[in-house]
Design a protein around this ligand. Structure first.
Ligand code: KIV
Ligand code: ZN
Length: 513
């Protein structure tokens, strides 16, 4: 029988640490359900002690997820670990993932602790966590840049205390595949009780090698858990991307010889959900989930694929879920069909009133757009969730005028804390005029770092435009996302959504601070 390789998804924890990618509890729940549908082995749902918001999100996920193990990160101290255990109480299967830095640089400059102090704290943390749950994972942060002898002592000690998974992070994305694989191999050889734990890899993508490093950790190092995120979401250049690592293992099973339990047909829906939720757009040429990943533009390739698919295709688009991009509903679809599609997409609206409100928006959209795709439904429900969460700013109406040779002008009506505001402005273009009009009332002082428009379902101008706006203010970065067939309206929604996020006070402790 082939070995099993465990997939540990950290989109909701390490992925969310990406500036602007923070998600609400409901958004996290929706993604967690999708990860479970994909049959991910472990879902790292958050870092419970970092904020009340994260605690509530981990708790909510622990209470609904039944198949996957739900995990919370915790620094190596009793308070963090107790908080993680508390949040995980309702889980069918739970894991506490505790960590402390072990590289000289981190211990000296960041922690200001000696080697012996770090070793003792790691040991006590795992002992404490094991009193609260059987399933404990330990990570030596910046493990790959740590001294091998010291790291081996720490790892041996935490395994003796009962850590079942040992994860070796390449925290700063410094590794090279062969070197990282050998590092893990040597470390396992040096740790006398190495066989008492599952070894895990956790690679960041600063040099673009997170997937290659993870796979080397598996093949050379003997790791049997890969930590990864959907779309490779994560701080800086991101984490190892789940879809790439999983499809490498499945497509080249002849080489890897390992079983992965993932239902790959759920990959593209998961990718879309994460990108729509966070506003982190997937590049068209991204492996597996990019819009062009299965598009054959050159005549020679098209001809070949028509004659025999495997001339130019190593994976089938439908096997990773591209078939999900189908017309699902239209103008004549009724409330029941809409409700059923919500269920199939794993979207649980809280009450019948919410379903009714979402259905009205759906009807409104179907009047303006012939074919409604899953992505449209997701965008619409996300809009509805925003309105339902009674966000501070909310778009009421927008009119704008642009004409060749004239300076564009916008008039907007929006509510702020329930009070209606009207504003007007000129601008370089209709979007600029609209955002200036909003700012003339709000005076947020935020700096815009990014503005981007994408067609939600690609392919045609009939698609809804999805706009992402990234704002920075007072040291915080947030992404706002808005969708509408009219891209100026989508821009106003995205801008107001970003302002709403700047308003929210859910500050968190940095996971690696
Ligand atoms: O990259 C890292 O070191 C981490 C740890 C907290 C596991 O994310
Ligand atoms: Zn990380």
């Amino acid at each position: 029988m082939a070995d099993k390789l465990f997939i540990f998804d950290t989109t909701l924890r390490d992925g969310e640490q990406s500036p602007g990618a923070s998600m609400t509890k409901d958004e996290k729940l929706r993604i967690a359900r999708q990860l479970e549908r994909m049959r991910v082995d472990v879902i790292e749902a958050g870092f419970a002690a970092s904020s009340n918001g994260d605690f509530e999100a981990v708790k909510a996920i622990a209470e609904v997820i039944r198949e996957s193990t739900v995990c919370s990160l915790a620094r190596a101290n009793d308070r963090d670990i107790a908080r993680a255990a508390e949040a995980l109480k309702g889980a069918a299967r739970s894991r506490i993932h505790t960590f402390i830095a072990t590289s000289e640089l981190h211990m000296e400059k960041k922690l200001r602790m000696t080697r012996d102090q770090v070793l003792e704290q790691a040991r006590l943390a795992v002992r404490f966590a094991r009193n609260l749950t059987d399933d404990v994972e330990f990570s030596p942060e910046d493990g790959y840049r740590s001294d091998m002898d010291f790291l081996a002592r720490v790892v041996e000690a935490v395994i003796a205390e009962g850590a079942r998974t040992i994860n070796i992070p390449d925290t700063v994305g410094y590794a090279i595949p062969e070197l990282y694989g050998n590092f893990i191999k040597t470390l396992r050889e040096r740790v006398p009780n190495a066989d008492k734990a599952v070894w895990s890899v956790h690679c960041h993508n600063d040099l673009g090698m997170a997937v290659a490093n993870s796979l080397a950790g598996v093949m050379i190092g003997g790791a049997r858990q890969v930590e990864c995120t959907i779309n490779g979401l994560g701080e800086r250049a991101g984490n190892c991307s789940l879809e790439e690592v999983v499809m490498a293992l499945k497509t080249r099973r002849d080489y890897f010889g390992l079983d992965v339990g993932i239902d790959a047909t759920q990959i593209v829906p998961a990718s879309r959900m994460v990108s729509q939720t966070t506003g982190f757009v997937v590049q068209p040429n991204k492996a597996v989930v990019g819009a062009n990943a299965f598009a054959h533009a050159s005549g020679i390739h098209q001809d070949g694929v028509l004659k025999a698919r495997d001339t130019y295709e190593i994976m089938r688009a439908e096997d990773v879920g591209w078939a999900a991009n189908k017309i699902v509903l239209g103008k004549l679809s009724g409330r029941n069909a809409f409700k059923q599609r919500l269920q199939e997409l794993g979207i649980a609206l809280e009450s019948e009133a919410d379903v009714n409100a979402a259905f009205l928006r759906f009807k409104d959209l179907a009047d303006r757009k012939n074919d409604i795709f899953d992505e449209d439904i997701l965008a619409l429900v996300m809009d509805e969730a925003v309105a339902h969460d009674s966000e501070h700013y909310h778009l009421l109406s927008l009119a704008q005028r642009s004409e060749t040779g004239e300076r564009p002008h916008a008039s907007i009506v929006f509510s702020a804390g329930g009070v209606e505001h009207r504003a007007e402005s000129d601008g370089n273009g209709p979007v600029d005029a609209t955002l200036r009009a909003i700012e003339s009332k709000v005076e947020s002082g935020a700096e815009m770092l990014l503005y981007s428009v994408n067609a939600i379902t690609g392919g045609s101008t009939e698609s809804q435009g999805e706009v992402t706006v990234r704002l920075q203010h007072a040291g915080r970065i947030v992404n706002g996302v808005g969708a509408d067939p009219d891209i100026v309206v989508a821009s106003a929604k995205a801008y107001l959504s970003a302002l709403n996020k700047l308003q929210s006070k859910n500050e968190r402790v940095a996971a690696q601070g």
